[in-house]
Every structure is written in structure tokens, then in C-alpha cells.
Design a protein around this ligand. Structure first.
Ligand SMILES: O=P(O)(O)OC[C@H]1O[C@](O)(CO)[C@@H](O)[C@@H]1O
Length: 391
């Protein structure tokens, strides 16, 4: 690890970079989308204007001393307050932007808007699109196939479901946005993943969720498969403790997805019913550890979370943000070993991720050469995906 540990931390200081486009283009667009989705009052409009102006040109302000979780952000932000949003680590800047956005809409304040998820309308809409309907209907066929085939299809469903996040679609176009074809994976350790969960083993699977809506539905179907076919005795689903990165799943989103499944027709309803029962008898647990909304890499996870991961037979990290936090949000040479980068992780870990930011490790030379030769934006377009495992 030592030869690559100095890979540059990703920041948005370079005009034209992906990180810059997220802060300078996606964030203002998101503010307007949230503003339009709710009948907010003048105070919230003023706060949203202030956030829009500040995050475009200003320096990063600390939270007010009376703010919810002020003390924690004082520590997390010590080195960054007073600097430009573009000069601090990209991971930190995005995370703090979402914290400020919640503040602007009154999420933490006493009053009627307390606890109202500003992204909920978008997440809910996703559950009722024709695509979601078709994906649920397709389960009638998929769940009749042999178990091994189901496993293969469902892990890919969960993987490509990650392409569906709203933040990404705020700027993606064409195939990137609609999620048309799915090319071969740039790394595919699916076999290693399933070998860690043999049928009949008393495994505990931990799934660190990413997006709600059209990603969480296939995640839940995959979890049902694992429990139903005896590949794990217990599953822990980790979600965010509050709304984050537009579409990240919270407990409320899990409940919405379970209701959607249970209320569907055919095989999907069976999945919903089994998962509902699994929550009732403790085979499935939902947790929302506070660290999941920290602007930090997993290498800095607290002891209780470390122990929790250590107790799992396998932890599956879903999505791009979890990948950045898992391997470190740096410009690693793409052939850097995934096993080395995740060597600190306290147990076997798998990443299921579509490529939506600059970070990438664990590729072989020929794959990198082919991608570089064919596409300018293969790291960020969302058109490619990977399954990587460290056993
Ligand atoms: O939902 P995912 O897969 O974690 O993707 C989130 C990604 O979207 C972005 O926030 C950009 O919108 C990336 O910076 C981030 O890694």
C-alpha cells in the first residue's frame, strides 16, 4: 500500500473536472429541484438562496453553535471552514453540502418541517414508474428459475440498480440517464462473492445500502434470495440516519420499498411478505449507524462499527459513494490492488458499484487500456460497473 498512499485526494479545484461539475452544476440544480418540490416559506427560500450563492462562490461557513450536531462538524470541519468549497476534499464538500441543505429546509429545527425528507418526492416517484413496475413483474419469471441462476440475475439487478440515483441523473444524458445497455463488468468477482455465502452456512450478511427507490428494491429482492435460499441466517441492512446524497436510503425508504413490494402482484408480493416476516423475527435487521453520514473514509470508522463489520461473514458495500469511502477518495492508479486498499477492513468485503466518480482501483492493465482507448469518461459516465471482493 505504501507506494500508492500518496495518490492525490480528489478536490474540485480543477475547472472541467468531474468533481467541479458536481459542486458547480449539480448542487445548484438540486437546490432548485428541492425548492420546487415543496411549498416552503420565505425563510427556507432565503436559506436556499444563501446556500446556492455560498456554495458557488463563497467560503465554507461553520454551523451555528446552536445547530444540531454542531460539535461533531466542528471536529470534522476544523481544517476546512473558511476555505473555498472547491479547495477542500470532494468527499467532505459534498457531505457538508447535504448537511447544509437539510438545515436550509428546516429539517433539524423545531417546527413543522422538522424531519421532512426534502428528497422524498423523488424517491417515492421512482417506486411507481413503468420501469419499476416492469422490474417487479419480471420477478414472476426470475424467481421460477433454478436458485443458482436467480442468484446471478439478482446480484446484477442490485448492481445495475445503482445506476438509478437522482444526483447522477441531474446531469446525465442519453444512455447514461436511461440506463439502456449493460456492458460487461470491468471487474467481476461474483463467483468469489457467492463462495463466501455457501448454501446452508450460518452466515451473517451485512448490506450497506446506497440509494432508495429503484436501487433499494432490487437490493431487498437480493436479501430475500439470500435468506430464502439459506445463504445467510441473518442479514443486517445499514441505511443512512438522515437524508443524504439526494437519494440515499433511510429507514423510511426501506419501509416504503417493503410496502411497495408487499402491495405488488405476483412474486414481488411474496418477497415483500417474506422480508416483512424476517424483520419481525430478527433474521433481517435495519440499522442506521451515525458514521454513514460522516464525511470520512471507512478507514476512520469507530470501534463499534468496526466490531459490527468484523462479526459479518461478508459486508456488501453498494454504490459509488460507499466505494469512495471504502478505498479512499483519491486518484489511485486504476491497477492499485483492491485487496490492498481494503486491507484495513475488519472482514470480507464486496463492492457492487456503477462507476460514477473518478475513483477506481483493482482493474487489470488490458481493461484500463481498452477503456482509455475507447471512452473519455468511462470513470464517471455510469455506463460501467464492477463487482470486487476481498475475502
Ligand atoms: O448513489 P451513489 O452510487 O453512491 O453515487 C453517488 C455519486 O454521485 C455523486 O454524488 C455525484 O452526483 C458522486 O460524487 C457520488 O459518488
Amino acid at each position: 500500500m505504501s507506494d500508492t498512499v500518496d495518490a492525490p485526494v480528489i478536490r474540485a479545484d480543477e475547472p472541467g473536472s468531474f468533481a467541479r461539475s458536481v459542486l458547480a452544476e449539480r448542487h445548484p440544480a438540486l437546490i432548485e429541484k428541492v425548492r420546487d418540490a415543496f411549498p416552503y416559506g420565505p425563510e427556507q427560500h432565503r436559506a436556499l438562496d444563501a446556500l446556492r450563492d455560498n456554495s458557488a462562490e463563497g467560503t465554507i461557513p461553520p454551523l451555528a453553535p446552536t445547530a444540531y450536531d454542531h460539535d461533531r462538524w466542528e471536529v470534522w470541519g476544523r481544517e476546512h471552514f473558511g476555505r473555498s468549497w472547491f479547495d477542500v476534499p470532494f468527499l467532505w464538500a459534498e457531505s457538508y453540502f447535504y448537511r447544509r441543505l437539510l438545515e436550509a429546509v428546516g429539517y433539524f429545527a423545531d417546527g413543522p418541517w422538522r424531519g421532512i425528507d426534502p428528497f422524498r418526492p423523488f424517491k417515492q416517484a421512482e417506486l411507481h414508474t413503468p420501469q419499476a413496475e416492469a422490474e417487479l413483474a419480471a420477478l414472476d419469471d426470475v424467481l421460477r428459475r433454478p436458485a443458482g441462476e436467480q442468484a446471478q440475475v439478482l446480484v446484477h439487478g442490485s448492481l445495475w440498480g445503482n445506476r438509478a440515483d437522482l444526483g447522477f441523473r441531474l446531469s446525465a444524458t442519453g444512455a447514461e440517464a436511461t440506463g439502456a445497455a449493460t456492458p460487461p463488468l470491468v471487474a467481476d468477482d461474483a463467483e468469489a462473492l457467492w463462495s463466501l455465502l455457501p448454501v446452508g452456512s450460518p452466515a451473517t450478511l451485512c448490506v450497506v445500502a446506497d440509494n432508495a427507490g429503484r436501487e433499494l428494491l432490487p437490493d431487498l429482492v437480493l436479501i430475500d434470495h439470500v435468506l430464502h435460499h439459506g445463504r445467510a441466517e441473518r442479514v443486517v441492512l445499514q441505511v443512512k440516519p438522515y437524508p443524504y446524497y439526494v437519494s440515499d436510503a433511510t429507514t423510511e425508504d426501506v419501509v416504503d420499498c417493503l410496502r411497495r413490494l408487499a402491495g405488488a402482484k405476483g412474486a414481488a408480493a411474496g418477497v415483500g411478505g417474506r422480508l416483512w416476516a424476517a424483520l419481525g423475527d430478527g433474521r433481517l435487521t435495519v440499522r442506521a449507524h451515525d458514521f454513514f453520514r460522516a464525511p470520512l473514509p471507512y478507514q476512520e470508522m469507530p470501534g463499534d462499527l468496526r466490531r459490527e463489520f468484523a462479526g459479518a461473514t461478508l459486508t456488501v458495500m453498494k454504490g459509488d459513494l460507499n466505494y469512495r469511502r471504502l478505498v479512499g477518495d483519491r486518484m489511485w492508479p486504476p491497477t492499485t490492488s483492491f485487496a490492498d486498499r481494503t486491507g484495513y477492513f475488519p472482514g470480507p468485503v464486496a463492492a457492487l458499484r456503477t462507476l460514477k466518480s473518478d475513483v477506481i482501483v483493482g482493474l487489470d492493465e488490458p481493461t484500463v487500456a481498452t477503456l482509455d482507448a475507447r471512452e473519455d469518461r468511462w470513470r464517471t459516465s455510469g455506463a460501467h460497473a464492477l463487482i470486487q471482493v476481498r475475502g
